[in-house]
Design a protein around this ligand. Structure first.
Ligand SMILES: NC(=O)C1=CN([C@@H]2O[C@H](COP(=O)(O)OP(=O)(O)OC[C@H]3O[C@@H](n4cnc5c(N)ncnc54)[C@H](O)[C@@H]3O)[C@@H](O)[C@H]2O)C=CC1
Ligand SMILES: C[N+](C)(C)CC(=O)CC(=O)[O-]
Length: 490
């Protein structure tokens, strides 16, 4: 049954939460007194629709329904997750929780997006304190996976586990903080860096653009993949962290930072920073900047996915979860022999588009190669088998590009086994967007020993699975285009 989330406060963050839930198949009910809320969430949804579905190599479930409600009670009744994203003022949050708890199920998680309040502060005066926990996201919530989950001492153990399970099903990472503290963990860093940057501008040392360059051309990229401690461990050379600390420890006592001092927000400082920011980025609207940011984030996260590292490893884990129990997760005897096998169902990501505005040719090969990998896994040639020294190498490929497709389209690939015996595996893939045939890919593979790098017989289990499917597929119609080659010039 479709699950329901309620979003209380549909601004920048509430809108991002709504998009994350809807695009993962949840129905979402929003309460926000702002008459512009529906339009604003519509804009966030549009950004999320063009970026999130292409992050994974498995298509997200069908979208849930988004609806707007005139009262908190109406929005939260029957919801399994309630996310409070009202302005950062404690009295507004308390009033919101009182209304939420008067109408919501006692089994529902109530998450707060608060950037700085501790759970004990949020829970003050609540009817059921253990139900309320900090679930602090990062903008854009529909793309960034981190949630600082801070339940506090009063937190209900069962609801905490429920919250973690829901977050991972949404492709998010719950960083469960056992001790509460103002501004949790990540915002303490952001504040420190922000404070330092304000001083550097105020003191005329660097402009807003120079500071952004100092981050994005250097340590920002490093942090995105290894964080702080792992980065510094590597920077310590072969002696690692101890050497790094011995070398740079003393610098902490030198006047390298302004620490807790905050420059006063005079009109002059605000104008200086806003003026520099306009000069740096004023040529783009905020919506344009959001799209540029999202393109970059998707590209970087997909790069990390290929390395199975950091935020990319989370995407791989989510994909595995999404495949389980579906046709894409079939194994051995479950793989159909009476029809072509579904080997991919994915959204065309933003970074697969070229200067012609459609999916670029190399990505057709990638999509087909991924489909072959999936088929190999299905017959038992999975990571475990490969680690023991057997695998398939592709010896020949022929692709026909029949129709174009654009970022955001959901494509499916089905695979027919033309030959499967001994070392040989001959596959014919068809790629479709709905009924439209977009491309075919014909691939001939040989089973090899990874030790000798020479052809070798597959395991009996793999051979049996392959032979069974090949026998069944032999009764299917010969695919159009099988055995085609580019004709010789006359
Ligand atoms: N903007 C950011 O970068 C981040 C903000 N947060 C946190 O998320 C929460 C919301 O912040 P934003 O979305 O940035 O603010 P926002 O100003 O964009 O949105 C707040 C929304 O709450 C609505 N609202 C006001 N009173 C309400 C009420 N009584 N009931 C329901 N809705 C009400 C407003 O109409 C507005 O749409 C805050 O706690 C903030 O600390 C967390 C992570 C990042
Ligand atoms: C500026 N901020 C404190 C609202 C930032 C956050 O809470 C997290 C983010 O998305 O940067």
């Amino acid at each position: 049954m479709t699950k329901t989330a309620a979003i209380i406060g549909g601004g920048v963050i509430g809108g991002g939460w709504a998009a994350r839930f809807v695009l993962n198949g949840w129905n979402v009910r929003v309460f926000d007194p702002d008459p512009q809320a529906e339009r604003k969430i519509g804009e966030v949804m549009a950004n999320a629709r063009r970026s999130l579905p292409g992050l994974t190599d498995v298509a997200l479930p069908d979208e849930g329904q988004l609806s707007f409600h005139g009262s908190i009670a109406e929005a939260v009744t029957g919801a399994e997750w309630i996310q409070e994203s009202v302005p950062e003022r404690l009295e507004i949050k308390h009033a919101t929780f009182a209304e939420v708890q008067a109408a919501c199920s006692t089994d529902a998680v109530i998450g707060s997006s608060t950037s700085g309040f501790k759970p004990s502060e949020l829970q003050e005066g609540a009817a059921r304190p253990g139900q309320i926990m900090v679930a602090h996201p990062f903008n854009p919530v529909y793309l960034l996976p981190l949630i600082e989950l801070v339940p506090g001492e009063a937190g209900d153990a069962a609801l905490i586990e429920q919250a973690k399970a829901v977050l991972s099903s949404l492709g998010m990472h719950a960083l469960h903080l056992k001790k509460e503290i103002d501004a949790h963990v990540a915002d303490r860093f952001l504040e420190a860096v922000w404070r330092e940057a304000l001083w550097l501008v105020k003191d005329g040392i660097a402009t807003t653009e120079e500071i952004d360059d100092a981050i994005r051309y250097g340590f920002g990229i490093r942090w995105a993949q290894m964080g702080l401690f792992e980065t510094y461990r590597v920077a310590g050379g072969e002696a690692g962290m101890k050497h790094f600390m011995a070398q740079f420890g003393p610098a902490l006592k030198w006047p390298w930072t302004k620490l807790m001092d905050v420059p006063e927000f005079t009109d002059e400082l605000v104008d200086l920073i806003a003026g520099q920011s306009d000069a740096q980025s004023g040529m783009h609207s905020i919506r344009e900047l959001e799209r540029i940011r999202d393109n970059n984030l998707v590209t970087m996260m997909r790069g990390l996915k290929a390395q199975n590292w950091g935020a990319g490893a989370l995407i791989n884990a989510q994909e595995k979860m999404m495949r389980e129990g579906t046709a894409l997760g079939a194994h051995a005897d479950d793989v159909p022999a009476d029809r072509p096998v579904l080997t991919a169902r994915r959204t065309v990501p933003l970074d697969w588009t070229d200067y012609n505005g459609h999916m670029t040719e190399s990505r057709y090969l990638q999509a087909f190669a991924d489909a072959t990998d999936r088929f190999m896994e299905m017959i038992g040639c999975d990571a475990d088998y490969i680690s023991k020294g057997g695998s398939y190498f592709t010896a020949e490929t022929h692709i026909r590009h029949l129709d174009e497709v654009h970022a955001g389209a959901v494509i499916e690939i089905t695979t027919q086994v033309i030959l499967g015996e001994g070392k040989k595996m001959h596959l014919f893939h068809e790629m479709r967007d709905g009924e439209r045939l977009l491309a075919t890919g014909e691939h001939f593979l040989l089973h090899v020993s990874l030790e000798t790098r020479k052809p070798s017989p597959p395991s009996p289990a793999i051979e049996a699975a392959l032979v069974r499917i090949a026998k069944g597929h032999a009764g299917l119609a010969r695919p159009d285009g099988l055995g085609r080659a580019i004709g010789a010039a006359r």
